[in-house]
Each structure stands twice: as structure tokens, then as C-alpha cells.
Design a binder for this molecule. Structure first.
Ligand code: CAO
Length: 428
């Protein structure tokens, strides 16, 4: 009897997901724990493993479908004998037990296809017949490659056993597509097509959702950004001295980690910054938990893992947790839950450079701290210039919840706490 495999709950509060890739085809033999479908939620992408092994009896979902938790994806015949010889393709061995779905950043950066140049003659575009997505057998890495190269895998003729699509097939199809592009025609004149050098790529679900959320944030939140600088000359000396101690615990004592702790103290002093705005009820909602999101730049895109209950952690614990989260973000091992529930965000671009920037508030949060590169500057003190290491800080906030004076006080508190950490003890 076939066992139904339905969309599991990927994370708390995630009720639906879009199928971006079916990783198996009907007739495939799968093992328990093998990833069978790739989905995207508005938070992240995840490969979802089947809890049972057997032969894929049928596939109900197709790429592009938006499924609710509990919707049927495929059926597995646990008793059925393998229908085909397994492909001797070098794929990582699937785990024996079904692991929880892990979030990962989308690797898709499809090579932008050149727009076809406008032709005066209007003809119907030559389209390839699209095969059903479930009819093509291919390994996940091959499907991924196809997406990266902008190739519809269902149109590729496979040279592997039983017509299985292999990596060279996809590359050959990509080259053929590229060669075909100039021959294609457009159905209507398009003014923008005269820019022959432009390239286009489809937005991934995450990028589209991010774009929608940022647009919404930009349009609905009256943003103000306040700038300040912290003198971190003494702080930097202390940070270098204490670095080994934290390293022994498995963390890295960084400006960002210290800021996580400083921000917790600042949020406690200015609770209107650890809040959200409920316009329907006409209320400001104060949070009594301190979950600090930290923007992480990865080769797969921007991810914002969250240091949960950061106020309850020691600085060393924050360093260890941040080191772990940053590594998980870079290796695409972040769970969806690890990116949810932040009440405030820190974005430190100082490791890259820049003198300042205006970060966009990440709703339902009401504020975000932007950090730029610390530099040694001449600072006029007691009648003379001194070389001091100055850290540029920017606080963007939702003016509906935070008044300008409080935003300025909040940022000054952060700067002073970095300059004189004793201040933090006065607040505890
Ligand atoms: N000024 C000067 N140097 C800085 C700095 C700053 N503000 N912030 C970090 N650095 C230095 C660190 O001291 C470190 O130098 P050493 O290796 O010599 O110690 C180096 O830059 C790298 O720092 P790091 O990345 O190891 O540690 P971090 O905790 O400061 O940063 C993280 C962690 C995840 C925030 C960072 O790696 C990152 O991804 N930043 C980019 C965030 C981003 O993309 N924001 C944009 C979001 S909005 O689009």
C-alpha cells in the first residue's frame, strides 16, 4: 500500500510553501531521509526529506505549486521492489534517518539571459514542448545546476540510464539555449529591448518576498535615521586582550557580539525601541524578550539569524552563538526558526567598509542599527587633536513608535556604553 507524503510543518507559523523543485520522479527508488522536494517559504528554502523509503508511486505536486501544510506531495510504495538500477552518479549518501528540514539560502543565481533584440517581424515565439516535471529523472545537484543555468530540465534529453538527465546534458542544453537566443523573436515591439546589453533573471521567492517586504517597509514606515560615533579606542584594546579567552570557549570576540549585549541594555532602557506598531488597534506593542537579529552576508545572499534571549546570555555565550550562527548561515545550515522572531536587528557592514548607511527597518520591528567601518580619526579633546578609533553608528527607526529625541538618546547610550562599559552595570 502506498504511503502518502504530505507537506510537513517546516517551522512554527509557516503554513505554506512553494515547490521549487521535485527532486525525484515517479518510479524512483528512494531511501528514508532522502530529500524529495525543494520548497521555498517567505523565510528560506528547504529540501524536505521523505520519512519513508521505497518506490515513488505517484507525484501529486508540481513545480510552482503553493502547498499548505498537510497537502499531498507524493506517494511512496514501501513494499515495491526497485523499479530501476540506481544511477551510479556521485551523489552524497542520504542520511539513514529523516532529518528535520533545514533552511538554506537559495543558491540560484541563474546566468542572466540576454534579452532578444527586437525584430520588426512579429512571429509567435518558438517554444519547446514542456514535459511534465515529474517525468524527468535527475539528481538534485543536476536539477540545481539546471536552475542556475536557466534551463528547463523537463525539456532536456537525458543520456543516463533510462533517460536520466546528467550534468553534461544540462550544460549542453544551456549552450544550445544560448546559441538559440538570437534566433528567437518577440511577440510585440518592446522599447526596453533596445538596451541590448541588459540581462534579466527571475527573482527567487525569497528575493521577491524580501523586495515586497522592503517596499512595504519603505512605504508604510516613516523612517528616520540618526547618526552618531562611538570612540572605541579603549574598547578595541580590551577586545584584543580578551580575544583568546573567548576563542578558547569557541567564539570570536567581535564588535558585533559586544553590540548585541549593548543593544539589549539599550532596549531595556528604551522599551519603545523593542516594540512593534499595531495600527489597526492603534497600539504600540512592547516586547519583553530580546531576540537580536544579525545581518550576515553570505555568498548565497543576505540572511538574518537571530540570537535568542540575548539578554540572558553572557558576552562569551553571545560570541559563541554568533560564531555558530554566522557559520551556519555561510554553510546554508540555518534552520528556519533560527531566522525568526527577531525584535531588533544589527547590520554591521564595517568589515567591508563604508562611512555610513541608512538601513531599512525590518517590520514588525521598529528599529535597526547600522554599523560602518571604524577608523582612526583626529579628535579634538582638551585643547588638542588625538588619534582615536571612531565607530560610525546609524539608527533607523519607525517614527510612529520612536520619537526623534529617544532615537538620539538610544544611540548615544549605545555609543557611551562602548566607550565606558561600566555604564552597563549601572543599568542592570
Ligand atoms: N569596523 C572595522 N572593522 C570591523 C567592523 C567595523 N565596524 N566590523 C567588523 N570588523 C572587522 C573585524 O574586527 C574582523 O577583523 P579581524 O579578522 O582582523 O578581527 C573582520 O572585520 C571580520 O569580522 P567578522 O565578520 O569576523 O565578525 P563580525 O562579528 O564583526 O561580523 C557578521 C559578523 C556576520 C555581521 C559579518 O560577517 C557580516 O556578514 N557582515 C555583513 C552584514 C550585512 O550584509 N549587512 C547588510 C544588511 S542590509 O542589506
Amino acid at each position: 500500500m502506498a504511503t502518502e507524503f504530505r507537506l510537513p510543518e517546516l517551522a512554527e507559523g509557516v503554513t505554506s510553501a512553494t515547490v521549487t523543485s521535485l527532486l525525484v520522479a515517479a518510479g524512483d527508488t528512494i531511501e528514508a531521509g532522502q530529500a524529495v522536494v525543494e520548497v521555498e517559504t517567505d523565510k528560506a528554502a528547504a529540501e524536505v526529506p521523505s520519512p519513508v523509503g521505497g518506490t515513488v508511486a505517484s507525484i501529486q505536486a508540481k513545480e510552482g505549486d503553493t502547498l499548505n501544510v498537510g497537502d499531498l506531495i507524493l506517494e511512496v510504495d514501501e513494499a515495491a521492489a526497485p523499479a530501476a538500477q540506481p544511477e551510479p552518479e556521485p551523489e552524497p549518501a542520504p542520511p539513514k534517518k529523516a532529518p528535520p528540514p533545514k533552511a538554506r539560502a537559495k543558491p540560484e543565481k541563474p546566468t542572466p539571459k540576454k534579452r532578444p533584440a527586437a525584430k520588426p517581424e512579429v512571429k509567435a515565439p518558438a517554444t519547446k514542448p514542456a514535459a511534465k516535471s515529474t517525468s524527468v529523472a535527475a539528481a538534485p545537484s543536476v536539477r540545481r545546476l539546471a536552475r542556475e543555468l536557466g534551463v528547463d530540465i523537463n525539456t532536456v534529453e537525458g543520456s543516463g540510464a533510462g533517460g536520466r538527465v546528467l550534468e553534461p546534458d544540462v550544460r549542453a542544453a544551456a549552450n544550445a539555449d544560448a546559441a538559440e537566443v538570437p534566433a528567437e523573436t518577440v511577440t510585440a515591439p518592446d522599447d526596453t529591448a533596445v538596451e541590448a546589453s541588459e540581462g534579466r533573471e527571475a527573482m527567487s521567492t525569497i528575493r521577491r518576498r524580501t523586495a515586497e517586504r522592503l517596499t512595504e517597509a519603505w512605504q508604510t514606515i516613516p523612517h528616520v535615521t540618526n547618526f552618531d560615533k562611538a570612540d572605541i579606542t579603549d574598547f578595541e584594546k580590551l577586545r584584543k586582550r580578551a580575544g583568546d579567552q573567548v576563542a578558547a570557549a569557541g567564539g570570536k570576540l567581535t564588535v558585533t557580539a559586544v553590540l548585541v549585549k549593548v543593544i539589549c541594555a539599550a532596549l531595556k532602557k528604551y522599551p519603545q525601541v523593542n516594540a512593534s506598531v499595531d495600527m489597526e488597534q492603534g497600539e504600540v506593542v512592547y516586547k519583553d524578550e530580546y531576540h537580536i537579529g544579525v545581518a550576515a552576508d553570505t555568498e548565497h545572499g543576505l540572511l538574518v539569524p537571530v540570537v535568542r534571549n540575548a539578554d540572558h546570555l553572557t558576552l562569551t555565550q553571545v560570541c559563541v552563538e554568533l560564531t555558530r550562527l554566522a557559520e551556519a548561515a555561510r554553510t546554508r545550515k540555518l534552520a528556519i526558526e533560527e531566522m525568526q522572531g527577531g525584535t531588533f536587528t544589527i547590520s554591521n557592514l564595517g568589515g567591508i567598509g563604508g562611512t555610513g548607511f541608512t538601513p531599512i527597518v525590518n517590520p514588525p520591528q521598529v528599529a535597526i542599527l547600522g554599523v560602518s567601518r571604524a577608523r582612526v580619526e583626529p579628535v579634538y579633546t582638551d585643547g588638542r587633536f588625538e588619534p582615536r578609533t571612531m565607530l560610525p553608528l546609524a539608527l533607523s527607526y519607525d517614527h510612529r513608535a520612536v520619537d526623534g529625541a529617544d532615537g538620539a538618546r538610544f544611540l548615544r547610550f549605545v555609543a557611551e556604553a562602548l566607550e565606558q562599559p561600566l555604564i552597563l552595570m549601572l543599568e542592570e
